[in-house]
Design a protein around this ligand. Structure first.
Ligand code: NAD
Ligand code: USQ
Length: 415
């Protein structure tokens, strides 16, 4: 198949592009490198030393003999997207190209609006491009488990049967997102569902849980192919952060009591789920929703697992409970269904002790690159724009002549 991976320079996108290319698909990456710019804006960098995309692609070709096409540009710019889709003619579009950090979207008004414009406009452009240029193309869109929030009933895969006043219907599952980022995903889901209905587009909305790990068979082929591993307070996800904190001997930053329960999956399962979705396309007019995670854990359970893994490696791991900077339930019921991808053939990599040891070991391997000042949370849901580090790093950039760039990063792009 011809598969366009939008956001293919990012964490999930890079692993997916290589995996699909290795499997023999013709792959194109579409990206505008915003993610690398956000690192500059925040004064953060990935734990692992990632190479420029052009180097990565050259080395991929050298190691495997396979070429991945590259289109550099903004998915939220329709002229660019239109010319890309015309040139590549994809059978499937895997859409990862969004601002994906909840804390980033909660920094202040500018970052909230940037997140929603980037994500919602980008997805609407993809929908219009499919309708106008490739009506049979299958859209595989990354949503998030966070669209559902944490209701006091079981979470279904996208839809729920409701009986009300003696009548019954199958309706979209209620959404209770917890950040402007998560809200952007809900808006996307509604737009996708609507376009499937009115234009007969085929779409799979993958409500993914929190992804952990960095190694896949493909990135392991050469150190220059290494994937990103974010651990900072804005883009770092919880298990990656705990592993890095253990590796540098800092207490694990559990927010609140740590009873927040989420779905999790290994990056190797992310890439396989995308392959499964590509191989089993939705029907014309169908908007499928799959919950893409393999296990659920509370934050405190994860911290205790990392503490135990650290002990085995003779590390002294402490757990701290910080005031929760987010507005979220710290204790709640959570039981989310996730059988549809397994029914289609997913064989999960579960979070075993050995896997956890290897995650901590990666953090140990690169610990000299860790900036310990990125551990404490600085974005607070209740008090937008109280982030001194962000202000400092942005001022520093402006002083260095990066003022226009810092506007580009936060949404004042030419749209
Ligand atoms: P990432 O930030 O590492 O990668 C996103 C990529 O998209 C980056 O390379 C960025 O430059 C690119 N991008 C963003 N906006 C763009 C635009 N307008 N035009 C072109 N390129 C653009 O994020 P990720 O962790 O790989 O996540 C990918 C997708 O999966 C996101 O949609 C995210 O919401 C979803 N997701 C991620 C996780 C996770 O734990 N990482 C969990 C659930 C869902
Ligand atoms: N948390 C801590 N300590 C930390 C970091 C996080 O206790 O140091 C807690 C958070 O308060 C939250 C949970 O861990 O309750 C998960 O936070 P996270 O930052 O790992 O994940 P989240 O903000 O939910 O976002 C990530 C990705 C996002 C994706 C989402 C899937 O960044 O793109 O959509 O996971 S889900 O959580 O299912 O919505």
């Amino acid at each position: 198949m011809k598969i366009a991976v939008l956001g293919g320079d990012g964490y999930c996108g890079w692993a997916t592009a290589l995996y699909l290319s290795k499997k023999g698909h013709a792959v194109a990456i579409v990206d505008n490198f915003l993610r690398r710019q956000w690192d500059h804006e925040l004064g953060a960098q990935t734990l692992t030393p990632i190479r420029p995309l052009s180097d990565r692609l050259r080395i991929w070709q050298k190691v495997t003999g396979k070429t991945i096409e590259l289109f550099v540009g903004d998915v939220a710019d329709y002229d660019f997207l239109e010319s890309t889709i015309k040139a590549f003619e994809p059978d499937a579009i895997v859409h990862f190209a969004e601002q994906r950090s909840a804390p980033y979207s909660m920094i202040d008004r500018k970052h909230a609006i940037f997140t929603q414009v980037n994500n919602v406009v980008g997805t609407m452009n993809v929908l219009f491009a499919i309708r106008e240029l490739r009506p049979q193309c299958h859209l595989i869109k990354l949503g998030t488990m966070g669209e559902y929030g944490t209701p006091n009933i079981d979470i279904e895969e996208g839809y729920i049967t409701i009986e009300h006043n003696g009548r019954k219907d199958v309706l979209p599952y209620p959404k209770q997102p917890g950040s402007f980022y998560h809200l952007s995903k809900v808006h996307d889901s509604h737009n996708i569902m609507f376009c499937c209905k009115i234009w007969g587009i085929r779409a799979t909305d993958l409500n993914q849980g929190v992804v952990y790990g960095t190694m896949t068979d493909e990135v392991e082929l050469d150190e220059a192919l290494i994937n990103r591993f974010d651990y900072d307070d804005v883009f770092g996800t919880v298990l990656n952060r705990f592993c890095v904190q253990a590796a540098i001997g800092q207490p694990l930053t559990v927010y609140g009591s740590g009873g927040q329960t989420r779905g999790f999956l290994d990056i190797r399962d992310t890439v396989r789920c995308i392959e499964i979705a590509c191989e089993n396309p939705a029907k014309a007019g169908e908007c499928r929703v799959y919950n893409q995670f393999t296990e659920q854990f509370s934050v405190l359970e994860l911290a205790r697992m990392v503490e135990a893994a650290g002990k085995k490696l003779s590390m002294n791991v402490e757990i701290d409970h910080l005031p929760d900077p987010r507005v979220e339930s710290e204790q709640h019921y959570y039981n989310a269904k996730h059988s549809k991808l397994i029914d289609l053939g997913l064989q999960p990599h579960l979070l075993s002790d050995s896997l956890l040891d290897s995650l901590v070991n990666i953090a140990v391997k690169y610990r000299d690159r860790v900036d310990a000042s990125l551990m404490l949370p600085q974005v607070n849901w209740r008090e937008p724009r109280n982030d001194r580090r962000l202000q400092k790093s942005m001022t520093a950039r402006a002083t260095l002549g990066g003022a226009e760039n810092s506007d580009v990063q936060t949404g004042k792009t030419k749209r």
